[in-house]
Design a protein around this ligand. Structure first.
Ligand SMILES: Nc1ncnc2c1ncn2[C@@H]1O[C@H](COP(=O)(O)OP(=O)(O)OP(=O)(O)O)[C@@H](O)[C@H]1O
Ligand SMILES: [Mg+2]
Length: 370
């Protein structure tokens, strides 16, 4: 047996969990200012005061979810008055489900799924906080989904005005928004009590991506499995799709591909092959989840190429008869799903004209749209 070949029971992964996307990394660098601001905002709550509300905003894969989870880990480590609750709004997109999650965290069991009103759950939660003198910090991750369901004002309103129903109930909100350039607006009544401290999560630059991936490699693979060329290729691909996740997923897939060849090192071919499959598997999955008008809009973007948002609206309206609000929401969805991107042109009288760009090849999209 050649010594560079793997035995059937050997692996090149020292710790495969590090390449799972929900893994919370020990090494979380380049986010010090964001973490400090987060800590500063919850600090008053540790002593029973009201936390400062927070809005985390940034492109996909910039460490928002990870940062807030790290903060919550820190909070859970010490005994304090704070109860952190993390809510994924994609899975919990109505006021009822959001508050059911909170209920479960406080009482260790879910509320009955039928026959109990929101009001009842709400009262139990606020009463509990007041009686126990606890402060709730609720992270609403991927809050975009609340907007899609039209539930955002209700959720924010109920959380932020809890102390009006029950003066002892203290709740702070950390809202996490994937920035797609279109922005969101809360009802002014809600906005006036939310008043968040905004924390921006900028995209990682090349050096930062390299550093993060390099660390993941050192912790996750055995020595000498990944060459510097392979690292460089992964960095490049992650930058291409503008998402650190792609880099991490690529490392996992190319590692598996090397193992399939019974090889102890990952080759560039492993990475290139892994990129094609991870990108396309992702794409097929995204396109399957689209609604009718979202498909129509995407098809228009394919046909019209390099179109501005204004021109696209005209074409969309002509084809579907739908108005601006629906257009805006539909475009927003394509942006959130990272199927398209928008860039300011710098032209246009108000300087707000944006050009829409596809994030995948036209042929790859056409094939899958059927
Ligand atoms: N600074 C960092 N150090 C190490 N790993 C990181 C860092 N930032 C992000 N990651 C990793 O990148 C992946 C994406 O990060 P995360 O889920 O926090 O992004 P996000 O900003 O919440 O993206 P989205 O807007 O799409 O939800 C995760 O697997 C995470 O472990
Ligand atoms: Mg996230």
């Amino acid at each position: 047996m050649k010594k560079d070949l793997l035995m059937w029971d050997e692996t090149i992964f020292k710790d495969p969990d590090l390449f799972e996307l929900d893994h919370i990394p020990e090494y979380f660098a380049h986010r010090d200012t964001q973490m400090q601001t987060l800590m500063y905002c919850v600090k008053p709550a540790l002593r029973g005061g009201r936390p400062v509300n927070v809005q985390c905003i940034g492109s996909p894969g910039t460490g928002k979810t990870t940062g807030v989870n790290k903060l919550f880990e820190e909070i859970e480590k010490v005994k304090s008055k704070v109860i952190p609750v993390y809510i994924n709004c994609q899975a919990n997109s109505t006021r009822f489900t959001v508050f059911s999650r909170i209920f479960k965290k406080l009482f260790n069991h879910s509320p009955p799924s039928s026959g109990v009103s929101f009001q009842k759950i709400y009262e139990k939660i606020t009463q509990h906080l007041a009686d126990e003198e606890k402060v709730l910090v609720v992270a609403l991750d991927d809050v975009n989904y609340l907007f899609h369901e039209g539930e955002h004002d209700k959720v924010f309103y109920s959380l932020l005005r809890a102390h009006e129903t029950n003066p002892g109930a203290r709740i702070g909100v950390i809202s996490i928004l994937s920035d797609t350039g279109t922005g969101f607006h809360l009802d002014p009544k809600v906005e006036s009590v939310f008043l968040p401290e905004e924390i921006k999560f900028p995209r990682y630059n090349t050096d930062e991506i390299r550093d993060i991936l390099d660390n993941r490699i050192k912790m996750g693979f055995f020595p000498d499995v990944v060459s510097s060329e392979v690292l460089e290729a992964s960095v490049e691909y992650a930058e291409l799709l503008g998402d650190l996740r792609v880099g991490i997923d690529l490392l996992k897939r190319s590692g598996l591909s090397a193992e399939r060849r019974a090889n102890r090192t990952i080759s560039l071919d492993d990475v290139n092959g892994a990129y094609e499959s991870s990108k396309l598997v992702h794409l097929t999955y995204l396109l399957k989840s689209l609604k009718k008008e979202e498909k129509t809009l995407l098809e228009l973007i394919l046909d019209l190429a390099e179109i501005t948002t204004g021109e696209l609206y005209k074409a969309f309206h002509e084809k579907t008869g739908l108005g601006y609000t629906r257009y805006y929401e539909t475009l927003e969805k394509l942006l959130v799903l990272k199927l398209v991107d928008t860039n300011f042109t710098g032209k246009g009288t108000r300087g707000r004209s944006r050009i829409i760009k596809l994030r995948y090849g036209i042929e790859e999209l056409r094939k899958r749209l059927g």
